[in-house]
Design a protein around this ligand. Structure first.
Ligand code: 13P
Ligand code: SF4
Length: 306
């Protein structure tokens, strides 16, 4: 079936089933276009919590984000189009590794990036996202924190807050964001000296030093709208270019590296969205004891960033 036909059928089914479709900024263009709301990880969680009418949330992103939404919305059915949409960075920090680090550093607060599975979150004091990591760490009454799983985000937070931010594990990373190289950005800048560089804090410190703006995916979208520049180099997953171009006619956006694709994010297709909503399959569940502890960590994040 052609994409416009599936999109039309999905939109009819959505009304019939009282579903809300949420999609991350890295989703395929046609998936973003079919969504009721497109955003970064914290915005998607907030949008899901604000929802009063929907019975189902069809959540087009990767597993840890879907788990987060399921934890925060126990009364709603959360469906993920592809069960294969799994973030490899989230798997670099299993719950037992968090417990091990806590036993090595008793009394030091544990801040975990939302890019972790629920079992690991349940071991943390507070969660954070790329949009609020600096604010969350600043709000803690401690000069040192254990922070995982992204070593690059940990370094960025340390530089911004001046606190000691110990990465757990020592070398967690996003396989997509480490593809960006400082040299590629400097070369692109040479041929376009007026352009503005935006980068995600999952990039290496070398790349972040070349950036004019560092932020979450939606913070980049807002910055691109407000900034008077006409041309931008973007150091994050290439799916965001669709939204940037749609919201900013007359401005141009160039990927810092065109091969920066998160294959997991791309597993969600319109076809799968239709099938999963039709069958109400791929329901995201988290065991209740784990969910209760992970929810506390997420609530502390919201309290720290009100
Ligand atoms: P954002 O919260 O900035 O959208 O980032 C999520 C993510 O997975 C980045 O790789
Ligand atoms: Fe995980 Fe990186 Fe993909 Fe984000 S871009 S979902 S951190 S693998």
């Amino acid at each position: 079936m052609a994409i416009p036909d599936i999109a039309r059928r999905l939109s009819e089914l959505k009304k019939e089933r009282r579903a809300l479709i949420l999609a991350h900024n890295y989703q395929r263009p046609e998936v973003q276009d079919a969504a009721d709301f497109v955003g970064d990880s914290v915005e998607l969680s907030r949008r899901a919590m604000d929802e009063r009418e929907a019975r189902i949330i069809l959540f087009s992103a990767v597993d840890f984000m879907a788990e987060t939404v399921a934890i925060l919305n126990p009364g709603k059915k959360v469906l993920i189009p592809s069960l294969g949409a799994r973030c490899p960075m989230a798997r670099m920090l299993p719950a037992e590794t968090v417990r091990l680090w806590k036993s090595r550093y008793p009394g030091i607060p544990v801040v975990l990036y939302v890019n972790t599975l629920a079992e690991a979150k349940a071991e943390s004091d507070v969660s954070c996202t790329s949009a609020n990591a600096v604010e969350v760490v600043e709000a803690l009454d401690s000069d040192s924190v254990l922070f995982g799983p992204d070593r690059n985000l940990a370094c960025y937070v340390q530089a911004k807050t001046g606190k000691t931010v110990l990465p757990i594990p020592e070398n967690g990373f996003c396989p997509t964001h480490v593809l960006f190289l400082r040299e590629d950005i400097l070369l692109a800048r040479e041929s376009n000296p007026d352009c503005v560089v935006m980068a995600h804090p999952e990039c290496t410190q070398d790349v972040l030093r070349t950036a004019d703006f560092v932020g979450s995916t939606s913070q980049m979208c807002r910055y691109a709208k407000e900034c008077p520049a006409k041309s931008f180099i973007v150091a994050t997953e290439v799916g965001i270019l669709h939204r940037l171009a749609r919201e900013n006619p007359g401005k141009s956006f160039m990927p810092a590296y065109a091969g920066a694709v998160c294959p997991n994010m791309k597993r969600n297709t319109l076809d799968l969205m239709y099938q999963v909503l039709r069958d109400e399959s791929n329901v995201v569940t988290v065991p209740s004891a784990t969910a209760a502890k992970a929810r506390r960590s997420l609530e502390r994040m919201f309290e720290a960033t009100r």
